[in-house]
Design a protein around this ligand. Structure first.
Ligand SMILES: O=C[C@H](O)[C@H](O)COP(=O)(O)O
Ligand SMILES: C=C(OP(=O)(O)O)C(=O)O
Ligand SMILES: [Mn+2]
Length: 446
């Protein structure tokens, strides 16, 4: 398998790309990236593909989560640690309550580019280019900051490298010890209605660990976890520069992350994003929104995974709570009838976004849960496997989504609204989601 040149990819046509005023600066940034070492290794991508094959066969569950848009300012030890803590805590809840292996994938170390509904933003009569993520321009509403700057692509590489380094240290260096996790959420235990359940689960896990210790189970297994990185493959310059031929297999891998997905706005069958991701050996995902037809999904599967490699393809559905029960069944049915094996994952965030009267983009926790419930219902009725959830979350106590155990209201949103793009579940809402999904999952495996 070979990959087209960057120029050929642009000639195919790509939606949602930056417009760089100076081609020489763009080329210089791409050249710099081409010389950089890989952020992930091909063998790790293969290992994730094998895990995702388990997900598509109904033997494991995928938990994928992180910010809508990472920021350069957010590359701090506290921020990354908090995100990892919440993801790993959610994974423990899911694994323990449902006795299903959980594949853990962060939306991090590369999630810096955003597709937008509008190219521009107007404030008080002034119109500037929309913010497209730190990979493209700055959030400050000033002409200089909103200009598209290719040097930011190199900054993305460096920020991703620092984040991944920390994530590897946390997950492989003993920090993710199951015994420690119990203490990470002491305040959740005190303050949330689900805290007591978390506490008693923690005690049961401690007992089980002591038992394993006593019988001599290899402790290394309890101190480390397998954790993978992912982001939306949006910017052709960045993804192309980090696509390399693996010497073992002679196949191209996009070494910017283990898993890459194509967004709802860039999944055109004849577009450059689908073309590029059809050529790489990494496991890949595609978002499917409510306008997707079953034939679209089948055509995407045939293009992205013509050799039907197990674990290669994940469909991430994002219909909205009101549409999933009617819209999803015939897609899953026809894709399955066509003999296509894919992991089915629910993104319950992007179909449930709205703006409050006081001007905040938000989501209702109950709508998020209702979409996941609808997803489980559809798969149960078809006898297919609800393979996972893909959520926008943060480990901090922000106030961006409504509801949850603390019943956040529209008036609360201004307290700590920090996202630069879409609203994220905060730590308590994320853990609550994990409990509710764990219950659905254990019913699905009954
Ligand atoms: O994260 C997804 C998209 O980038 C985001 O929902 C687009 O938001 P917009 O409609 O405000 O442009
Ligand atoms: C852009 C995103 O989603 P979608 O492509 O589903 O709109 C996202 O995941 O942030
Ligand atoms: Mn988003």
């Amino acid at each position: 398998m070979s990959i087209p040149s960057l120029a050929d990819l642009h000639a195919i046509g790509a939606a949602q790309q930056p417009t760089y005023p100076d081609p020489a600066r763009r080329d210089a940034a791409v050249d710099t990236l081409r010389r950089m070492p890989p952020l992930v290794f091909a063998g790790e991508c293969d290992a994730l593909r094998d895990r995702l094959a388990q997900v598509s066969r109904g033997e494991a569950f995928l938990l994928q989560g992180g910010d809508c848009a990472e920021t350069f300012e957010g590359v701090t030890a506290d921020n990354v640690r908090n995100k990892l803590r919440v993801l790993l805590s959610m994974a423990v809840v899911l694994t323990y309550a449902a006795s299903v292996p959980v594949v853990k994938v962060g939306r991090l170390a590369g999630q810096y580019a955003k597709p937008r509904s509008s190219d521009t933003e107007t404030r008080d009569g002034v119109t500037l280019p929309a913010y497209r993520g730190d990979a493209v321009n700055g959030f400050d509403f000033e002409p200089e900051s909103r200009a598209h700057d290719p040097q930011r692509l190199v900054d993305v590489y460096n920020a991703s490298s620092a984040t991944l380094n920390l994530a590897r240290a946390f997950t492989k260096g003993g920090y993710a010890d199951l015994r420690q996790m119990h203490s990470w959420n002491n305040d959740f235990v005190r303050n949330s209605p689900l805290g007591q359940r978390y506490e008693s689960m923690g005690r049961e896990i401690d007992k089980a660990l002591s038992f394993m210790d006593a019988i001599g189970v290899d402790p290394a297994q309890l101190h480390t976890v397998d954790f993978y990185s992912s982001h939306e493959a949006l910017l052709l310059e960045y993804e192309h520069a980090l696509t390399r031929i693996d010497q073992r297999t002679e196949q191209p891998y996009d070494v910017s992350a283990h898993f890459l997905w194509i967004g709802e706005r860039t999944r055109q069958l004849d577009g450059a994003h689908v073309e590029l991701l059809s050529r790489i050996a990494n496991p890949v995902g595609v978002k499917l929104g409510p306008t997707t037809s079953a034939d679209d999904a089948i055509a995407l599967a045939e293009k992205l995974n013509p050799d039907r490699i197990p674990g290669k393809l994940t469909f991430i559905t994002r219909f909205g709570a009101g549409k999933i029960r009617d819209g999803l069944p015939h897609i899953v049915e026809k894709v399955t009838a066509a003999g296509i094996e894919a992991a089915w994952v629910c993104d319950p965030m992007h179909g449930n976004t709205f703006s409050t009267d006081n001007g905040y983009k938000t989501r209702e926790f109950d709508d998020v849960i209702d979409e996941v419930r609808g997803f489980f219902e559809v798969h149960r009725s078809l006898g297919t496997w609800p393979g996972g959830v893909h959520v926008e979350l943060t480990g901090d106590d922000v106030t961006e989504c409504l509801g949850g155990g603390h019943k956040l209201s529209a008036a609360d949103l201004s307290t700590r609204y920090e996202t630069l793009c879409d609203p994220r579940l905060n730590r308590a809402q994320s853990l609550e989601l994990a409990f509710l999904v764990a219950q659905m999952l254990s019913e699905a495996t009954d």
